[in-house]
Structures are given as structure tokens and as C-alpha cells.
Ligand binder design. Structure first.
Ligand SMILES: *[C@@H]1O[C@H](CO)[C@@H](O)[C@H](O)[C@H]1NC(C)=O
Ligand SMILES: *[C@@H]1O[C@H](CO)[C@@H](O)[C@H](O)[C@H]1NC(C)=O
Ligand SMILES: *[C@@H]1O[C@H](CO)[C@@H](O)[C@H](O)[C@H]1NC(C)=O
Ligand SMILES: *[C@@H]1O[C@H](CO)[C@@H](O)[C@H](O)[C@H]1NC(C)=O
Length: 600
């Protein structure tokens, strides 16, 4: 339960793609000042022309900055070119971020023995401008923020009191043994967005810093995982490096590691073996996406909850690669080269918590056999699935969302009983296939059904019957005509609020629309008239979209819409025949014919 928050973040990462790197946001020092106090201070400073007689102010405060009696000095973003002089020796928190400071010398720091927090983020500091011994003498310094400067080498020695250090977004190529070594209190180090290579790191960069919990080393040029990582580590970011291989034992002591980010490297199956990850007993989140894997690695840690394997070249899943991961909930395998026949039928056996499986953008030719029985969300879009047999979906009792869009399904090869066990399915997407008719036997539990971008010429008798929960139906971009939709198709859909029939071949507004309907999309059809009774049964309608039809001012009855008190959008728009050119266009249009008029 204690992991709940972490998990939420993980989910957020998967679903929303939000960033997880905390370096700068987290470390931003916030100092709240009372404005009144600012004013007073400024005034008193002006009074004390020359002589140091401002006895009332215990702490002298640099111009443009604000200070508190507790020892906070805030000079955030006040265009300082130089490190402020005359700081009180009682200063404990010094905020100098977002200035133009180029140099920090031993003299600047030598009297600041009480300093606990020094924020120099986003200045113009270079390694030459940073006195190497400066920081070392600050024996109470806990928080050092130097992100967004121009440092090329880290300071040789930082104080042993250090708790957190942020050097992100510099040009670092060099770290020294005592930059981060011999720091028993050190908990977090941020080094992302630098230019570090393996040669730029000392042999054992955290030697004597056994309590490090967070180490962020993304976006550098490492080819190997740094050696001797402290065993307290629980979050390790190594994404965007050049890792090809993880030497055996690299993660062996990391029993507390919960999150490991290895995406955007060039790891291949040869570069990891079945023991690389196997001892990471606390690992819940592993990201191996965008690497060079051709198979799911063996020996993945058994307590994983979320596994990213997308954007590799994985072709298959063996019988034993995933099955030991009993707690797995999210499995992301999209953008690989998966083929159904290379996925072992027992590949998901016993994964009772696995509820979300993304396999889109692969080379699946069928729905893989043996999919996890508790799956809730199954993303199979953008594959080459051409057939769904009677029993292909038979074990998926708990599925609520199935996305099969943009495959190669035809009506002939979609078994009419294929969906019979999906009694909880709420969302089904069959868009972008080659269906000629709306499938029979779709689950009655559906809330959302999308079958747009197919070749449907027919909605056959009964195919929508009993779907009393359906809220949204999209059959846009097909070849539907009014007489090829069975009579009463819409009437039963008593929960339907959105009906998209755009880009079809309808000649009239469909009759018998359900009373619940709120949005009706009919653009790009062949509708030439709207009768006074067209919307008589849809008092709740809010939006009607009729662009690109064959309407003229004379063919739309004014009474059609007058009783629709909730109507907000009536889009007849361009593409219909404009009133002043009506006659000509109408004549021009005639040859193309309203081939349905005869049908009706
Ligand atoms: C680690 O630190 C100890 C001193 O605490 C030292 O004796 C040892 O040589 C260091 N090891 C490395 C690899 O730097
Ligand atoms: C890794 O594979 C080797 C040989 O295939 C085997 O002996 C060893 O037990 C495996 N280790 C794990 C953790 O599965
Ligand atoms: C990916 O792996 C293949 C062989 O497994 C190799 O030929 C290729 O060079 C690798 N790509 C990179 C970028 O390392
Ligand atoms: C199916 O997936 C595609 C791509 O993510 C998405 O645009 C579409 O809305 C999904 N279908 C449903 C019904 O959610």
C-alpha cells in the first residue's frame, strides 16, 4: 500500500507520458517573503549611508534581495553579475538562481560557515570560475544546486554533509572520487543532460556514500552502468545513454531499487543475460523501451508491476520470460516485430494481475493465443490481423476495452460468435479494417463502438439489437446507404448520444433516431432535403453536422429545427449549395444523381 503514490506516477507516465525526472523541479528552493519586510529593509539600508550603523537590522541584506531573520537570503532572478558581497555569516539559505553570476571564489564562501542550502541554478558559472576548494569548506552544506550552468568538470571535493546535489544540464565530462564519494548523508544526485562518458567517472564514484537513494544520469554518453552503485538506491535513471551491455553483477546489490530507467539505449539480448535483473527483488518499474532487444529478456525481476518493452525489435515471447513476474499489471510491447506464431501459448500463463497489454504496431497476423485471462485493456491496433476465429477471444472474460483498429479484418473471416464471451466489453474499435458489413454478435455491453474507415455497405438486420448501453457509434467513412441499414436500427439504441454517419452515401436524415441522441454527424453524404419531421423524435439534440451535402435553401424546411430547444450547433456550412448560386449548382449536381431516391 505504501507504494500507491509511486504507482500512480507510474500509471501517469504510461498513460500521459508526463516526465518523471525531478531534478530541477524538486530542488527549486522556495522562499516566501513578506512584502512589507522587503520595503522596510530597503529603507533602512538607504538610511545607513556609508557607516555600518544599521544596528536594528541584524542581517545585512544585499541590494535587490530579500532576507529573513532565520538566515534566508533570496536573490532569485535579480540580474546579479557577481556573487553578492556583505552576506551575513548567519546565512543558512542562499538563493542565487536565475542570475548572471560567472564566478564563485573561496573568498565569497569562506565566511558562510552556516550555509545549508546554496542555489546557483541557471547562472553562467564555468569550471574555471568555480574555486575548487570553495565548497569543501562549507561544513554544513546539505543542498547544492548548480544545474543549468556551463561547468565542464565537477568540483573535486564537496563537503561530507551533502544531502542532495544537482548538476543537471551542464557540460560535465569529469567527476572526481570525492565529488560524490565519502558522503554518508548523500541521498540524491542529479547529473542528467551532461556529457559524461565512462572515462569521466571515477572508479567507484559513490565510495563511502552508502545512503544514496536517487541517482539520475539520463542523457549522457555512458556505455556501461557505473560500478559500485550504493545498495540503498531506489531510483536509477540511465535513459538516453549509449549502453550496449550491462556487465554481470552491475545491479546485484540493489535490493531496494524500485525504478530503473534504461530506455533509449542500444541494449541487445547479448548485452543482458538471465541474471542481469534477477536479483532486483524490489523493482516495480522497468523501462527497456527503445533499445535493440529481439526477445523479451529472461530473468526479469519477479515483483515488476510495469514493464516497458516497446520500440525494440522483439519478435516473440518465450514460454518462461514473463510467467515468473506474478505481479505484472502493465505490459507494453507496442512498436516491435511481434508475430503471433512466435508468442508461446503459455507466455502469459498465471499472470493474474496483468490487466493492460499494448501490442499495437507489430506484425501480429492473429490475436495471440493464451492472452492473460484478467486483461481489461487490449491494444492490438495497427497489426496485420486478418482473421478472428470462433475461440480466439474466448478466455478474455474480463476485457473492457479492445482496440483492433487498422488491421486487415474482412467480414468473411470475422467469426460471428467470436465476441460471445466478452460480456464486459465496453469499448470496441474495429475501424480501419476491410469489413463489408457491420459484424453480427457484438457484445451487448458496449458503450462505444467504432467501425469507421471500412468498406461497409450494410448494417444487417439485428446487428445492433439489444445494445441498450451504447452511447457512441461511429460508422463514418463507409459506403452506407439508407436502404442498406436495417429498419429500426437506431430505435433500440436508447442510450445513444453520438452517432457518426459522416462520409457515407445517405440521401436523407435517417428516420427513427433515438430520443437520447445529442450529436449527429452527417457531413459528406448526399442529403438533398431535410423534411419538417426529420428531427421530430430527437428533442435532446445539441449538434447537427451537415456540411458537404446537397442541400439548398429551398430544400431545408425551417420547421425542421425550430422545436429543438437544446440545439447549439447546426453546421450546414460550406459545401452545400449556397442560396444565391443554388439553381445552377443543383442542375450541375443532377447528373451525379441521387441514386437512392429511387430506392426509397
Ligand atoms: C573507497 O574508500 C576507501 C576509504 O574509505 C578507500 O580505502 C578505498 O580505496 C576506496 N575505493 C575506491 C575504489 O576508490
Ligand atoms: C541462467 O541460465 C543458466 C544457463 O542457461 C542457468 O544455469 C541459470 O540457472 C539461469 N539463471 C537464472 C537466474 O535463471
Ligand atoms: C542491434 O542489434 C543488431 C544485432 O542484434 C546489430 O547488428 C545492430 O548493430 C544493433 N544496433 C545497434 C544500434 O547497436
Ligand atoms: C483505438 O486506438 C487508437 C489509437 O490510440 C485511438 O485513436 C482510438 O480512439 C482507440 N479506440 C477507442 C474506441 O478508444
Amino acid at each position: 500500500m505504501g507504494h500507491c503514490r509511486g504507482l500512480l506516477e507510474l500509471v501517469c507516465l504510461v498513460l500521459l507520458g508526463c516526465t518523471f525526472v525531478r531534478g530541477q523541479g524538486e530542488t527549486q528552493l522556495e522562499i516566501h517573503m513578506l512584502e512589507e519586510e522587503d520595503v522596510k529593509m530597503d529603507g533602512e539600508e538607504e538610511d545607513s549611508t556609508g557607516a555600518v550603523t544599521n544596528a536594528k537590522v541584524k542581517i545585512s541584506c544585499p541590494e535587490k534581495c530579500s532576507c529573513t531573520e532565520e538566515g534566508s537570503v533570496d536573490c532569485n532572478g535579480v540580474s546579479l553579475n557577481e556573487f553578492p558581497e556583505e552576506l551575513s555569516e548567519h546565512t543558512r539559505q542562499l538563493s542565487l538562481q536565475n542570475n548572471l553570476i560567472t564566478m564563485v571564489t573561496l573568498e565569497h564562501l569562506s565566511h558562510l560557515q552556516q550555509l545549508e542550502t546554496l542555489n546557483l541554478q541557471n547562472n553562467h558559472l564555468t569550471t574555471q570560475g568555480l574555486d575548487d576548494e570553495g565548497f569543501h569548506i562549507l561544513e554544513r552544506l546539505s543542498y547544492l544546486y548548480l544545474a543549468n550552468n556551463k561547468l565542464t568538470a565537477a568540483p573535486r571535493q564537496l563537503p561530507a554533509s551533502l544531502v542532495s546535489a544537482d548538476f543537471a544540464a551542464n557540460h560535465l565530462t569529469k567527476i572526481y572520487p570525492e565529488t560524490f564519494g565519502q558522503k554518508p548523508a548523500l541521498k540524491s544526485v542529479y547529473l542528467h543532460n551532461n556529457k559524461l562518458t565512462d572515462d569521466g567517472l571515477p572508479e567507484n564514484m559513490f565510495n563511502g556514500s552508502d545512503n544514496l537513494e536517487i541517482f539520475i544520469m539520463s542523457s549522457n554518453f555512458l556505455r556501461y552502468v557505473p560500478k559500485g552503485l550504493p545498495r540503498a538506491l531506489y531510483r536509477l535513471h540511465l535513459k538516453n545513454n549509449k549502453l550496449e551491455k550491462i556487465t554481470s553483477g552491475a545491479f546485484d546489490n540493489l535490493f531496494h531499487l524500485r525504478e530503473l530507467y534504461l530506455q533509449n539505449n542500444v541494449l541487445s539480448n547479448d548485452g543482458v543475460d538471465n541474471e542481469t535483473f534477477s536479483l532486483l527483488n524490489s523493482l516495480e518499474y522497468l523501462d527497456l523501451s527503445n533499445n535493440n532487444l529481439t526477445a523479451v529478456p529472461l530473468g526479469l525481476p519477479r515483483n515488476l508491476i510495469l514493464l516497458h518493452l516497446e520500440k525494440n525489435s522483439i519478435q516473440g515471447i518465450g514460454a518462461n520470460a514473463l510467467t515468473p513476474i506474478r505481479n505484472l499489471e502493465y505490459l507494453l510491447l507496442h512498436n516491435n516485430k511481434l508475430r503471433s506464431r512466435l508468442i508461446h501459448p503459455s507466455a502469459f500463463h498465471g499472470l493474474k494481475r496483468l490487466h493492460t497489454v499494448h501490442m499495437y504496431n507489430n506484425l501480429l497476423e492473429r490475436v495471440p493465443r493464451g492472452l492473460p485471462r484478467r486483461a481489461k485493456t487490449l491494444m492490438l491496433l495497427h497489426n496485420i490481423i486478418s482473421e478472428i476465429g470462433r475461440n480466439d477471444l474466448i478466455t478474455l472474460y474480463t476485457l473492457t476495452e479492445l482496440n483492433l483498429s487498422y488491421n486487415h479484418l474482412t467480414s468473411a473471416k470475422l467469426h460471428r460468435e467470436a465476441f460471445r464471451k466478452l460480456r464486459l466489453l465496453e469499448t470496441l474499435d474495429l475501424s480501419g479494417n476491410r469489413l463489408q458489413t457491420l459484424p453480427m454478435g457484438l457484445p451487448k455491453s458496449l458503450h462505444v463502438l467504432k467501425v469507421k474507415d471500412n468498406q461497409m455497405t450494410e448494417i444487417p438486420e439485428g446487428s445492433l439489437s439489444g445494445m441498450s448501453k451504447l452511447k457512441e457509434l461511429n460508422v463514418a467513412n463507409n459506403q452506407l446507404k439508407l436502404n442498406s441499414i436495417y429498419q429500426g436500427a437506431w430505435q433500440e439504441l436508447s442510450a445513444l448520444t453520438t452517432l457518426d454517419l459522416s462520409v457515407n452515401m445517405l440521401s436523407h436524415v435517417p428516420a427513427d433516431l433515438p430520443e437520447s441522441l445529442e450529436y449527429l454527424h452527417l457531413h459528406n453524404n448526399r442529403i438533398s432535403t431535410i423534411t419538417a419531421t426529420a428531427f421530430l423524435n430527437t428533442p435532446n439534440i445539441r449538434g447537427i453536422f451537415l456540411r458537404f451535402n446537397r442541400l439548398s435553401v429551398h430544400s431545408v424546411s425551417e420547421e425542421s429545427f425550430s422545436h429543438l430547444s437544446k440545439l447549439q450547433v447546426l453546421d450546414i456550412g460550406h459545401g452545400n449549395i449556397s442560396p444565391n448560386r443554388g439553381q445552377e449548382d443543383e442542375e450541375e449536381d443532377l447528373p451525379y444523381g441521387d441514386d437512392e431516391d429511387t430506392d426509397l
